[in-house]
Design a protein around this ligand. Sequence first.
Ligand code: ZN
Ligand code: ZN
Length: 253
Amino acid sequence: MTKNLHLNHLSYSGYCNECNKTHSLPPDKAIPHCVELMKRLQAHCRIDFDISIDNANPKLTTQHLYSVSGGQMFGVLVCEDVNGNQIILKAFSSTHNGVWSVEGWVAHLADETKFMAIVNEGNTEIHPLTSYIQTLTKTSEEWNAKIIERKKISQKILSQLLELYEISNFKNQKRNISNAFNIKKGIPNGTGDCCAPKLLNYAAIHNLKPISIAEFYWGKESLSGLRKEGEFYSSCKDKCEPLLGFMLCGLNK
Ligand SMILES: [Zn+2]
Ligand SMILES: [Zn+2]
């Protein structure tokens, strides 16, 4: 199932602008826990495997990971609590089949209720505008103006959503995503939804010291062929790497 061939290429790191250096976490200790997690996913075909099948949520099966929507990233963070006990945290990326929180898995960075309220309110502006745009002659002056207006509303909604992502690090600093992101360019959609930011933020606010992290892909091979089930992957370059410098700060001096 698992081909642990390329593990020495795995990197979970980011450049910290405050320390002027790269902070990183090694994957070695998290790998066996990931392999255990893969076995459980394979055996139970659902992610709420801690509860009995009678109480299982049908939305939490892994079935949809083999449909057109494709697979998902999973991650494990090995931590130590203040007494030196080992604590194993696990996360799935983004939401699982539309479900935000599942017992036994670390929480999403944003609050679901607030997030959905912003999305729904945004839709009440966007949807009528889209309908109206469809009645206009393409490339007419008004059409152009309305397209720009809609783009501005989308950008406003996105920045409101980003405000919901509060990120803590290991120096007791707290930032929203825009301030934690270490490069000055547009923040990609879905930033903060990967496993690494979820896991590290949980550890930071629960006074746990991360020791090791690893992420793997589960489900149908991605269309690009770049992601295969049971394979490990580094944290992503475009969304996570610019956050990890801030997030890992305070761990290794
Ligand atoms: Zn990522
Ligand atoms: Zn730092």
